[in-house]
Design a protein around this ligand. Structure first.
Ligand SMILES: [Zn+2]
Length: 83
């Protein structure tokens, strides 16, 4: 089952891994404007236009977008706190 307090390892742009606890796993599609949030692992949520997808929970977060720069496809709406 899902371990709620498992830390989320977030990759930073400067290739530094900072341990943070994710409290919300959501993204906003920049193509259709849908806000999608995944609450459990394998809870795949796709936006209306189908370009981006979010999966996972606060211990494991995954985003899928078309090839290219992810920030051109979606805006991350995750919330987190430092451990
Ligand atoms: Zn969309």
């Amino acid at each position: 089952m899902i371990i709620r307090n498992k830390p989320f390892l977030f990759s930073f742009k400067k290739r530094r891994d900072i341990l943070r606890k994710l409290t919300k796993n959501a993204i906003c599609c920049l193509t259709c404007g849908d806000i999608i949030e995944s609450k459990t692992v394998h809870d795949f949520q796709t936006c209306r236009c189908g370009k981006v997808l979010v999966d996972g929970d606060c211990g494991y977060a995954k985003r899928i977008s078309p090839p290219g720069v992810p920030s051109e496809w979606y805006e991350d709406l995750y919330e987190w706190k430092e451990l």
